[in-house]
Write a protein that binds this ligand. Sequence first.
Ligand SMILES: Cc1ncc(COP(=O)(O)O)c(C=O)c1O
Length: 341
Amino acid sequence: MFTDNFAKASLAQLPTVLELLPNLSKCLNGPNIWIKRDDCTGLALGGNKARQLEYYLGHAIAQGADTILTTGAIQSNHVRMSVAAARKLGLDVEVLLEHRVSGRKTEYYQSGNPFLIALMGAKIHYFEDGEDEDGADNKLFELADKLRKQGKKPYVIPLSENYTPYGSLGYVDCAAELLQQCKKLSFKADAIILPTGSASTHAGMLCGIRALGFDIPVLGVCIRRERKAQAQRVLNKAHQVAQMIGFKGIIDDKDIWVDDEMLAPGYGQLNQPALEAIDLLAQTEGILLDPTYTGKAMACLIDLVKTKKYTKDQNIVFLHTGGSPALFGYPEILDDDFFQH
Ligand SMILES: Cc1ncc(COP(=O)(O)O)c(C=O)c1O
């Protein structure tokens, strides 16, 4: 396999299930909608970060690290799962929580992911400027320096683009797993739809699919930044990943498919289509989406189906990347007067 040369920690429960969503497909009266259940990867309630952390933590352990440091928003799934990964491997863990989303209720700060992060006993630091990725990473490296002076061996999992994207390797593996499952279930995927943030998932999946010789479009739904900036980020990361796995084929603009129609009013802020997608999946399939990532990605999928971008004989795969613990940080989802709910 392409990723065999990289150190890896065993953290995720794999393979995740690929299954049809019969009720949703019927309700939308369009293509067959399949779901890849990466929300069920284990590691303190699951999500896409489990596959990514297998490579980060593998690298950390190979370097003799004893403390993991990482950063994310207050309701970060990545931070929650990094803390779980560190605990599973018996490591210390310090996290930086960024004030990235304004105007939230008390629950946003206390319930869901921050609750679980505190429960697992991470040392928590706060970072005021949620839009300064480089600043947050620099703060992590400062904290790491302090720990080094105390005789510890810290390992930083950074957020910004400037570092080797070990996490994407988990989604190179996922591409192979998914293609094998499609084969077994006797269908050809016509598109893969996923939320795209740091772009590690998107770039890894795209490289994996292309490296295995498939031209399936991988559509990233923007949840953090607008289309142009996100497309550039995915392309840059895909080139890094291609180099890491020794893939010599070309990945260019034509492979990068991103949609920012569901981004407004911004990161971590709900909108009406995301709210409707969360409701619909809960009530037709008992599937829990989240306000920041998968609710918006599913809203995009629903919009594409409703505007007849796919025919009834086609097969669309939705990558469920997790995030449902954040639902508890957004209790207003059930308010009668929230949007036209
Ligand atoms: C639930 C969920 N989905 C999707 C993403 C985006 O993944 P990536 O950062 O690899 O683009 C995240 C990132 O934190 C996430 O928590």
